[in-house]
Ligand binder design. Structure first.
Ligand code: NI
Length: 166
């Protein structure tokens, strides 16, 4: 049985929507007030969802502190109280729309996931960025297929015994 866990993180940051591929008039037309030269701030809410089988002994997916460390060290330490356009290398050439910020967060979480989250059966399945109380953007990731016998193997590891009907 797969269970999902969602944890929310709040942080402030600023951005300006401006594409170097467009001229000033086109940028203004596309992004409106979000193209104002000196940018603007948001109180973002980031929601991270992980899904996987419950540890049969502990009854949890994994300790939430694992996820907190990953998000603190790879997302909040780099993004909170920053200007995305100026301070975050990933947005040197990518417009820091909140859609793109969500995609960069997915990439950073996936790259570092295995160093923080264990058991490894817990997967990143969704990232949502709320930009205001009216706008939110989300990326939903497919769940990688698990081998049919994976759950039985976990039971053997955790309980040190083979289920009766295995
Ligand atoms: Ni904005």
């Amino acid at each position: 049985m797969t269970v999902s866990l969602t944890r929310r993180y709040r942080f402030c940051a600023s951005h300006r929507l401006h594409s170097v591929l467009l001229n000033d008039v086109e940028n203004q037309r596309l992004y409106g007030k979000c193209n104002n030269p000196y940018g603007h701030g948001h109180d973002y809410t980031l929601s991270v969802t992980a899904s996987g089988p419950l540890d049969p002994m502990a009854g949890i997916l994994f300790p939430i502190s694992h996820l907190d460390r990953l998000v603190d060290e790879h997302i909040l330490a780099r993004f909170a109280h920053r200007n995305f356009n100026v301070d975050v290398a990933e947005f040197e050439t990518v417009v820091p729309t909140t859609e793109n910020i969500a995609l960069v967060i997915v990439d950073l979480l996936r790259k570092n996931w295995a160093d923080y989250i264990y058991p490894a059966s817990a997967q990143l399945t969704r990232v949502q960025m709320e930009e205001t109380d009216r706008n939110s953007f989300e990326v939903v990731l497919p769940v990688a297929a698990r081998r049919a016998d994976a759950h039985l193997e976990e039971l053997r590891e955790v309980e040190g015994r083979v289920p009766v009907n295995a």
